[in-house]
Design a protein around this ligand. Structure first.
Ligand SMILES: [Mn+2]
Length: 261
């Protein structure tokens, strides 16, 4: 059985479908895992979520997702004004438009997200979390680290069980071997032995115009495939921040918060 893991989709519904077609995805044969951040930034958040809801219902033994920081923002949207504003900085508007277009509300899906998008997925050979990991026992990491931390990968010090991550958009899929050196870019279209330790980031910034990456795992080996992305979001939250600051008189601390997302 193939396991197919796909990085941050961010409302790029058509890219997701193209990638599945390219790798000849078979719903009843392959196991499919999405790395979270299905929504925000790209135009088709509602379509993407509805597909996930349907496939999870029809195919619960072969279709899985973990939760990204953007789904976590939906879950926590009532927490504080500050969190609301951060969310505005990172593309909530496109999700709201997408849901309004379908006369639906994303708040309706909070119970579904809590039930069907866990923070981690653990397999005998690897595990998946959205953003980063320090202790190989997923439960011994903070929620913030697992779901939204960006700084971790730069350190490249994790040497525990192989963990697949997304969240930080990179030029190429990258292997972090825990050596403290910069991560190592991975090639596409080549079957290689699956590492036992370290981390592989497969977020290649589809919504910024780079590409959407799939990692295919079978019989102890893996192969990477991709489709080109489309730039729906300029990659810097500065314009959003300037706008929100003007309108809402944001405190300076929001910039620091936004830099961390
Ligand atoms: Mn993310």
């Amino acid at each position: 059985m193939r396991t197919i893991i796909i990085g941050d989709i961010h409302g790029c519904y058509h890219h997701f479908i193209s990638l599945l077609k390219k790798i000849n995805y078979k719903k009843k044969k392959d196991r499919l895992i999405l790395m979270g951040d299905l929504m925000d930034r790209g135009p088709w958040s509602h379509e993407m979520l509805m597909l996930a809801v349907r496939w999870r219902r029809e195919n619960p033994d072969r279709f899985f997702m973990i939760r990204g920081n953007h789904e976590q923002m939906i879950v926590e949207q009532d927490k504080s004004l500050e969190r609301q504003l951060i969310w505005h900085c990172v593309g909530k508007g496109t999700t709201i438009r997408s849901f309004r277009h379908h006369r639906d509300r994303m708040e309706n899906y909070i119970p579904w997200i809590l039930k069907h998008m866990p923070i981690s997925l653990v397999d005998p050979d690897f595990q998946c979390v959205h953003a980063s990991i320090e202790n190989e026992d997923v439960n011994k990491n903070s929620l913030d680290l697992l779901v939204k931390d960006h700084s971790w990968s730069k350190k490249n010090l994790y040497q525990g069980k192989l963990t697949i991550i997304g969240h930080t958009p990179l030029d190429e899929p990258t292997y972090y071997d825990g050596s403290g050196n910069p991560g190592i870019y991975l090639d596409y279209h080549q079957w290689k032995p699956l590492p036992k330790t370290g981390a592989i980031c497969i977020d290649t910034g589809c919504v910024y115009g780079n590409k959407l990456t799939a990692m295919i795992i079978e019989d102890g080996k893996y192969c990477l495939e991709m489709v080109p992305g489309t730039c729906y979001f300029d990659g810097s939250s500065e314009n959003y921040i300037k706008y929100v600051k003007k309108v809402c008189h944001l405190p300076e601390t929001i910039q620091a918060f936004c830099d961390k997302i």
